[in-house]
Every structure is written in structure tokens, then in C-alpha cells.
Design a protein around this ligand. Structure first.
Ligand code: UDP
Length: 408
């Protein structure tokens, strides 16, 4: 487990000292984070890094995971899709299953913490089933800019009971009926996904998964999810391949709270069968931080062709490796990509634009390298997990000491 001190070389003494200062008034506070999966996706990724740092700095932080059966996760994925704008109407039976699963979980867990932080919609109704003795915060990681109205109205009954909300982008707060805070997500530079890796280890790691480096690699790392548009990436790849000989890797592990993953994976596999058979496209579903790290370093270009994206941690992860990123101008992606500086922002429907920019970078490795290197500093300044910790410390100070002056 990493400690705050381990980050000194990356963020500098001054920022480390600020973290310790902000934590002083919070020593001994007992905080709970609760979400619905321990692996797969950005939420688990961040909690894995954040919770130990809370503990190291003197705040007792725990992480619990809501249990649910597969039908529950089908409903919560529908809610997720509806919040991202899909036209979905939940049936009464689905609403009941959603609420009852939360009620059942509440009967065998106790919450006597000083503050409860609930991540995303899956555990949101829990707030109805406890005597509320502490502030509750709803941390929403989803792109809420254009939610399906019916679903949002159904969820608002729960949101209203919370004391504070956190969203990943100001654009997502327009619907929020309670006080909101903005916390941009961030990556952990010390984790095995993001720490240094020599080129020899990169090759060794890719060999384990039978990913050759004989041709330039174009890669998207994302759950198999329609919002990540894996089929669109394959279409773009076909256009690139006409000009530059390269290989596409789609790397997508399965999240336990995402029941659509296998179905989308199968669709992609069928769609790209000939390219997979010829070795031009490689699909992998392995869950491995070191594989992600190696792929982000080995790739000539990383693509993130999302149609919607709450934030898109994969973008900062790739930039941190000095690899240029072509990504859609949606959700939190434009916060991370400075168009033409450390990558390119594209319209997700502009397949030709994606292909042209990829070809440009594949044909100009020097330019690609320069762009990639500019990404590292941008991530260091804005998207490292220590900044998220700092944002949480500010929020907790404001919650517990609302009338004191905040010097942060
Ligand atoms: N991820 C992974 N293995 C994979 C695909 C994704 O470890 O095969 C990780 C990825 O590195 C990132 C997270 O899952 O840390 C995805 O977060 P992001 O914000 O990009 O998207 P989300 O899945 O939360 O929509």
C-alpha cells in the first residue's frame, strides 16, 4: 500500500504539506465509501487508491460494496444508460427490485460513520433505510448532462435526501436539486497500472498475452460497452489500415456490475471476425493492471472513441505514459485533452477525422512522441489522485466546519 510520502517525488513537498494541513481538523473522523464493485471501471480504480491514502493521513476510511443478484445489476445498468441519455422506462417491478435490494443490504450492514459517501446510482436508495445520523454525500461519476427525464425524476426522491452531491463536471450539475461540488477524477501514479515500466518489461508483458510488437499498435482500453463504441473503433481501424499497416488491440475487462459486457464483446467478435482471424485485431478481456500499463506505453496511438464519458480515466492514464490520445469531444475528455497539443479531440461520429489523425500520428512518430510528452505534465498538474484527496479534504472540512474560513 502506498503512503502520502511516496508521492513527494511526483507532486513535490509543498502539495504533500498542504494535504497534511487540510487533514488536521479531520483526524479520527470515520468515513465510509460505498459502491457496487471492487474491480472494473473507474470508480473501483479510484477507491482502490484513495481509501488507503485517507487512512494514511489520519482519517479512518472504509470501503464497502453493495451486494446484488444479476437481475439487480441489469436494472442498475439500465439506470446508468438512462442517466447517460438513453430512452429507457423502468418497469414498476424493476424499480421495486432496485429499492428492495438496497433495503435488504441495509438490514445486514450497520453505518455509524461520521460521513457516508455513496458512489453512483446502484446504492443510492440505501439512504432510505437508515436512521440518518450523519451527512450523506452522493458521488455521481456518470455523465448527467442529458438524463432520461422519467428515470431522473424517479431517482430524485433519493437524491433529495442527501446533504451534498459530487459530480465530475460542471456540465452534469444542471439537474442537481441539492448543493453540488465538482471533483474531477484522477489516476494513481503509484499503482501498477501507472508506475514506470521499462521497454523490456513492456514487451515481456505483451508477450504473455500474445500481443506482438512487429507493427505499430493502435489501442482502445475500455469495458465492452456501447458508450465506448468498440464497433466504431473497428470501423476507424479499417480506414487506418488502408494507409498504414498496424494492429488494433481492444482491451476490455469485465466489471461485475456491468451485465452487458459479454453481450457487447460477442457482438464485437462477430463483427470483426475476419480481422481477428488474420491477427489484425486482438481482443482481450484479461483483468490486468500491468497489461493496461504495457499497452498504454507500447501503443503508437490510444483511441477513446466514447459516445458519452463521465470522465474517462483511460485518457489520463495514457497521457501519463507519454502516449498521444485521439478521443471524442464528450463528457470529461476535453478537460484532459488539449486539442492539437497532447492529442486530438474529435466528434464521435467523425470516423474519417479519427482515421486521418491516427494516420498522421502513425506516419510522424516524432510528432506523436512530442505530443505525448506534453500530456505527462498536464496530468501531473491536474489529474493525479492526490488532488482528489485534497478535494475530499476540502469538502469534509466544509461539511464538518461549515462556518470556519477555508484557506485552501
Ligand atoms: N480498465 C482496466 N482493464 C481493462 C479496461 C479498463 O483495468 O481491460 C480500467 C481502465 O484502465 C480505467 C478504468 O478501467 O482505470 C476505466 O475507467 P474509465 O473512467 O475510463 O471508464 P468507466 O469504465 O468508469 O466508464
Amino acid at each position: 500500500m502506498h503512503r502520502i510520502n511516496d508521492y513527494r517525488d511526483i507532486i513535490g513537498d509543498e502539495r504533500v504539506s498542504q494535504l497534511y494541513q487540510k487533514a488536521k481538523s479531520l483526524y479520527g473522523k470515520h468515513i465510509l465509501h460505498l459502491n457496487s464493485t471492487y474491480q472494473g471501471g473507474g470508480v473501483a480504480e479510484m477507491l482502490m487508491a484513495l481509501v488507503p491514502l485517507f487512512n494514511d493521513i489520519g482519517i479512518e476510511a472504509g470501503w464497502r460494496i453493495l451486494h446484488g443478484n444479476p437481475d439487480f445489476f441489469v436494472v442498475t445498468k439500465k439506470i446508468h444508460n438512462a442517466l447517460q441519455g438513453e430512452n429507457i422506462t423502468l418497469t414498476e417491478a424493476e424499480k421495486t427490485l432496485y429499492i428492495q435490494t438496497n433495503e435488504a443490504f441495509a438490514t445486514y450492514t450497520h453505518l455509524d460513520h461520521d460521513c457516508v459517501i455513496i458512489h453512483d446510482p446502484q446504492p443510492m436508495p440505501l439512504i432510505n433505510f437508515f436512521h440518518k445520523r450523519q451527512p450523506w454525500v452522493w458521488r455521481c461519476h456518470i455523465d448527467l448532462s442529458n438524463p432520461n427525464r422519467n428515470t431522473w425524476e424517479f431517482l430524485e426522491q433519493f437524491v433529495l435526501r442527501y446533504d451534498e452531491a459530487i459530480v465530475s463536471n460542471e456540465k452534469y450539475a444542471t439537474q442537481m436539486p441539492i448543493h453540488h461540488n465538482i471533483i474531477f477524477p484522477a489516476i494513481d501514479p503509484m499503482s501498477s497500472k501507472n508506475n514506470d515500466m521499462s521497454d523490456a518489461v513492456v514487451t515481456k508483458e505483451l508477450n504473455k498475452y500474445e500481443i506482438p510488437r512487429d507493427k505499430p499498435i493502435v489501442c482502445q482500453i475500455s469495458r465492452f460497452d456501447k458508450w465506448k463504441d468498440p464497433i466504431g473503433v473497428i470501423e476507424v481501424f479499417k480506414m487506418i489500415k488502408k494507409k498504414v499497416d498496424c494492429r488494433l488491440v481492444l482491451c476490455g475487462s469485465m466489471a461485475s456490475d456491468d451485465p452487458e459486457g459479454l453481450e457487447i464483446y460477442d457482438t464485437v467478435r462477430k463483427n470483426a471476425k475476419a480481422l481477428i482471424d488474420s491477427g489484425d485485431v486482438i481482443l482481450t478481456t484479461s483483468e490486468s493492471n500491468t497489461l493496461v500499463n504495457a499497452l498504454q506505453r507500447a501503443s503508437a496511438v490510444i483511441i477513446q472513441k466514447s459516445l458519452r464519458e463521465g470522465f474517462g480515466l483511460t485518457v489520463s492514464e495514457a497521457l501519463w505514459k507519454g502516449t498521444p490520445v485521439l478521443a471524442s469531444n464528450v463528457g470529461g475528455i476535453p478537460l484532459q485533452i488539449q486539442d492539437g497539443v497532447n492529442g486530438y479531440l474529435l466528434d464521435p461520429t467523425d470516423f474519417k477525422g479519427y482515421a486521418d489523425k491516427a494516420i498522421e500520428l502513425l506516419e510522424n512518430p516524432k510528432r506523436a512522441k512530442e505530443m505525448g510528452e506534453r500530456g505527462i505534465e498536464h496530468v501531473r498538474q491536474h489529474f493525479l489522485i492526490t488532488r482528489v484527496l485534497s478535494n475530499y479534504l476540502d469538502l469534509l472540512n466544509n461539511i464538518f466546519y461549515p462556518h470556519s474560513l477555508n484557506f485552501s
